[in-house]
Ligand binder design. Structure first.
Ligand code: BGC
Length: 760
């Protein structure tokens, strides 16, 4: 290039920025002229007042100018009860009982964007009844480690499945008058050390695995809000990460709304506001007086402040405020939302194994021993973090009673003692003597419960074991140590099988469990998730055969935890550096909203914990499949009460250009005797690529209802641009024009049909 051309090139780049900038226009931009009029009338103090928490879940408007406060509803699986303005204590309202929607992994197990949309509509309606503007959800981080404390809240290990659902959820919410706040941006894939950990991730893995659910919700659904994660990414706290917030989120994806910090997740004044943070929640340690002083001292320009205020006001204009007196008038949970909760739950349950025992045969009034602490345990609350004060929650046992009536005799025993928490017990110190005494008492109790269970199992026709984790086992703020079933459930099941081989096991868990024992000793095995207000009814409908199970695994169930990528490579766990960041915030001995005292405690910011994501894109099934590692049950797997036959995979072309859309037809036939849903999944395998790829990647899926004996042609589409990779050299998406195989099947391991095509 001669000098003149080079100069012109640099000039063009300087004027138009890098090639990454978006051409998409957010609907939020339409209010800017009016907003600028308001900003002109605001004092600097009023502006800065908008940039931090006013109450625990409120940030300030400007009353003088008719700008209402901004009200957040903690989510993502139900609207959290009303709390005191400046503490975590409940307000004790009679009207704030909400619908508990199935948690993230359950929603993902539906493999249905339509369900995610309905879910969003339900969440938004309840948020509006409560006068809320923005829902703190959906939670869409990738499930990187099977032990992740919030796996139950997150969607999937796969970016494409997560993206479809995050788009559905976001549209559902925003079409119904509330805003979403996508969380936690970004790479908050573990709970241990989340407030300290520095995630070291390559750009390709970041772009292709971890960011897509956020990108899709911003670009396709125009998400109005984003919550910055607690952790660092490549050396920078997420709440002051110029690369993530300014460059990627705003410049590239065209995000026009505010970024709010996670609670207590702000770390600086100048870097935060300049690098893209709008609101420090819930207090004002950095973005209150310190910010005001920084502007006055000329360290932060008022233009930056105006921009941050503008981004907040855009959402204030888009979302109509609800006056205090109109909120909380009727009970939050209403029948239409409860119906959505049922629908999602009934489509989410995954049948992993069935040796001719399900659906339950009730024709001869069997005796069913219902055993397990989770049979009658509610899951709306428990553990650290947002839960739902539910109006009601149908437990598995209640569901069975509702659906079975007198068609069987149910004998119910607890079987084992479920893990119980409570902040005092969980985090308080006990003496060695106290611990020993407690352990002894526990053992005696466990023995007694097991004996009772064996007694009833021996007399029953069928044992229905309802176990799994609970909300104290899977919790925000800490990851699980392992994925074993807690409270000695494996031992108990082994013993039960000796007295009665007809065991149907239901796991009420939000994340993966080690299934080696339970799979061997159960004739049927299901996962029924933390499945919300109507979870028990949905489960019972499946067990008795009113509906056929249609959920599919949103994550891989490994044979053993150590096989999974971050563990196998020694990238996780990294060891604990102290107490959880959020627990620091809620602990009464910690000042919480009191900025001054917190200021003195800098110890927790100095821990240099680092998480190396050296497995790169080999996350979840990509790892197991590429390395040919056996798994217990693969990603995408799930049985029904019928059988499906796949035939004839055809495409609209053989060779595809960059702007083409690959259209795939698959003929699907229900060859059994009951109607059921099948999730047709299309993976791609690159035959002669020029860069490295996992062996298979999910690129399309469709959940189909097919009547007994019926056939249908299912059409799935893959835009060629969705097959691009992030080219680190050119810092842009790039095409790998090669031959590839389209693989249609019922899970990543159950490929039924293939077809070769090429990209040109
Ligand atoms: C969680 C967020 C949540 C916030 C407010 C934080 O600890 O990470 O997901 O919205 O608390 O409860």
């Amino acid at each position: 290039m001669n000098r003149r051309i080079l100069f012109i090139f640099i000039l063009i780049m300087a004027v138009f920025g890098c090639t990454q900038e978006t051409s998409r226009k957010s609907a939020l931009l339409q209010y800017d002229a009016e907003i600028d009029g308001i900003i002109q009338q605001m004092t600097l103090e009023e502006k800065v007042d908008m940039l931090h928490g006013k109450f625990m879940f409120t940030s300030a408007g400007v009353e003088r100018l008719g700008v209402a406060d901004f009200k957040y509803a903690d989510g993502p699986f139900g609207i959290r009860e009303e709390l005191q303005p400046k503490s975590w204590a409940p307000l004790g309202l009679k009207t704030d009982s909400a619908t508990f929607f199935p948690t993230g992994s359950a929603l993902a197990a539906t493999w249905s964007q339509e369900m995610a949309y309905k879910y969003g509509t339900g969440m938004a309606r309840e948020a509006r009844l409560r006068g809320k503007d923005m829902i703190l959800g959906p939670a869409i981080n990738i499930q990187r480690i099977p032990t992740g404390g919030r796996t139950y809240e997150y969607l999937s290990e796969d970016p494409f499945l997560s993206s479809r659902l995050s788009v559905g959820y976001t549209k559902g919410v925003q079409d119904n008058g509330a805003a979403v706040c996508l969380k936690h941006f970004a790479l908050n894939n573990q709970e241990n050390n989340r407030g300290r950990v520095n995630v070291i991730v390559g750009e390709r893995a970041m772009r292709e695995i971890y960011l897509p659910p956020f990108q899709a919700a911003v670009e396709e659904a125009d998400a109005f809000g984003v919550m910055a994660a607690y952790n660092k990414v490549n050396g920078w706290w997420c709440a002051e990460n110029d690369m993530l917030l300014n460059k990627i989120l705003r410049e590239e994806w065209g995000f026009a709304g505010p970024v709010i910090s996670d609670w207590g997740g702000t770390h600086s004044t100048v870097n935060s506001v300049v690098n893209g943070l709008n609101v420090e929640m819930p207090d004002q340690r950095f973005m209150g007086k310190a910010l005001l002083d920084s502007v006055k001292a000329g360290v932060v320009s008022e233009e930056v402040i105006n921009q941050r205020v503008r981004e907040i006001l855009r959402v204030r204009f888009a979302i109509k405020p609800i006056p205090e007196e109109e909120a909380n008038k009727e009970i939050t949970s209403q029948p239409p939302q409860q119906k959505i909760a049922y629908e999602v739950a009934s489509k989410s349950i995954v049948l992993l194994k069935n040796k001719n025992i399900l659906p339950l045969n009730l024709s001869e009034q069997p005796v069913i021993a219902v055993i397990g602490d989770n049979a009658d345990r509610t899951m709306g609350l428990g553990g650290v973090g947002a839960g739902v004060k539910t109006l009601y929650e149908v437990t598995p046992l209640e569901g069975l009673k509702n659906k079975i009536g007198d068609k069987a005799e149910l004998i119910v025993v607890q079987g084992y003692e479920g893990v119980e928490g409570g902040f005092g017990r969980r985090f308080g110190r006990r003496s060695p003597e106290e611990l020993a005494k407690e352990a002894h008492e526990k053992e005696i109790k466990a023995q007694k419960l097991a004996n009772e269970a064996l007694d009833v199992a021996a007399k029953a026709d069928i044992v229905l074991f309802i176990g799994g984790d609970n909300r104290w086992v899977e919790t925000e703020g800490s990851d699980r140590r392992d994925i074993m079933l807690p409270s000695g459930q494996d031992e108990l099941i082994k013993k039960l099988a000796e007295v009665n081989p007809n065991i149907v096991t239901v796991l009420v868990s939000g994340g993966p469990n080690d299934l080696n024992v339970v799979n061997q000793f159960s004739k049927a095995l299901l996962i029924s998730w933390f499945n919300g207000t109507e979870g028990g009814n949905a489960l019972a409908d499946i067990l008795v055969g009113n509906i056929s199970p249609g959920g599919r695994l949103p994550f891989t169930l490994p044979v053993k935890l150590e096989d999974s990528p971050a563990y196998a490579l020694g990238n996780y766990p990294q060891g604990r550096g102290g107490r959880d960041i959020f627990m620091n915030l809620v602990d009464e001995t910690n000042p919480g909203l009191n900025a001054e005292k917190q200021e003195q405690d800098t110890s927790r910011y100095s821990d240099p914990n680092t998480a190396y994501y050296s497995e790169e894109s080999m996350v979840g099934y990509r790892w197991f499949d590429t390395k040919d590692l056996p798994v217990m049950y693969p990603f995408g797997y799930g049985l029904t009460y019928t059988t499906f036959e796949y035939s004839s995979l055809t495409t609209n072309k053989e060779k595809y250009g960059k702007n083409d859309v690959i259209s795939i037809d698959v003929v699907l036939k229900n060859t059994g005797s009951v109607a059921a849903d099948e999730v047709v999944q299309v993976y791609i395998h690159r035959i002669n690529p020029s860069v490295e790829w996992p062996k298979k990647e999910l690129k399309a899926f469709s959940r189909e209802t097919v009547g007994a004996g019926e056939s249908k042609t299912v059409t799935l589409e893959i835009p060629v641009k969705n097959l691009r990779y992030w080219n680190e050299t050119i810092q842009d998406w790039d095409y790998d024009l090669c031959d590839l195989e389209l693989l249609a099947g019922a899970s990543v391991e159950d490929i039924k049909l293939t077809k070769k095509i090429s990209l040109k």
